[in-house]
Design a protein around this ligand. Structure first.
Ligand SMILES: Cc1cc2nc3c(=O)[nH]c(=O)nc-3n(C[C@H](O)[C@H](O)[C@H](O)COP(=O)(O)OP(=O)(O)OC[C@H]3O[C@@H](n4cnc5c(N)ncnc54)[C@H](O)[C@@H]3O)c2cc1C
Length: 200
């Protein structure tokens, strides 16, 4: 291995975990909260005995507390119990904005906004705090739904059967691709083929 490749490998290792290396011009940290507020599915990643897992979850996010995410589910969930134990977690939320087609196979792409969070979780154990998050979470997914009018609040038994995990976000990165196709012939009307964006 040449000295140059050795040092570039070492410098890769020293990069902060939330620094975007590929296409840094697509870094949009100012959009992180919007992405988390608009997202519907969070992929919770963790390792257990050296085995990586990425498990999909619904989640709650509140712009007033942008350094927190909440996930919940059955007390029997392996993923939730691990998340509550304080092990390092990574959580990814992705918004799909468009399918990008090009006159060149190489330049087919996807327009997206995504956020990758690093943090650690803890169980929320007080019932009043749980109720607040569950009510806010229902309203985030179903704007306008109101406890006591549209649905019954959780019972004590419901709360006991459910685990709520608050993840303190230590670092976050956000990245977006929002352009048309970037192939060499895409804007040449004399070149064969088709190019464009299918909005999603
Ligand atoms: C859009 C979406 C939202 C969800 N929201 C929630 C939520 O809010 N709360 C909640 O508790 N659960 C939710 N789930 C289910 C969640 O993904 C897990 O299946 C569940 O939490 C059980 O986790 P576990 O680690 O105990 O599963 P285990 O059964 O212990 O996992 C064992 C293995 O099963 C497989 N597996 C587990 N889950 C899935 C999956 N979803 N798809 C494919 N393979 C899987 C994996 O290989 C995993 O390693 C959601 C799933 C989806 C797709």
């Amino acid at each position: 291995m040449s000295p140059q490749s050795s040092s570039s490998k070492n410098s890769r290792k020293r990069k902060p975990r939330a620094e975007i290396e590929r296409h840094p011009e697509r870094s949009v940290p100012e959009q992180a909260a919007t992405i988390l507020a608009m997202g519907r599915v969070a992929h919770l990643a963790f390792t257990e005995n050296g085995q990586p897992f990425a498990i999909p979850f619904g989640y709650h996010f509140d712009r007033a507390q942008p350094d927190r995410l909440w996930i919940h589910g059955s007390r029997a969930s392996r993923a939730l119990n691990l998340a509550a134990s304080g092990v390092p977690l990574s959580i990814t939320v992705t918004l799909l904005d468009g399918l990008v087609f090009s006159k060149s196979a190489m330049y087919h792409s996807i327009n997206y906004r995504s956020a990758v969070c690093f943090g650690r979780g803890r169980e929320v154990t007080d019932a009043a705090g749980q109720r607040i998050i569950y009510e806010q979470m229902i309203r985030r997914y179903f704007p306008g739904r109101t406890a006591g009018r549209d649905y019954a609040s959780p019972t004590e038994a419901d709360l006991a059967a459910t685990m709520l995990v608050e993840v303190a976000v230590e670092e976050i990165s956000a990245k977006a691709r929002q352009n048309g196709p970037g192939g060499p012939w895409d804007y040449d009307p004399d070149s064969p083929g088709t190019a464009g964006v299918i909005p999603l």
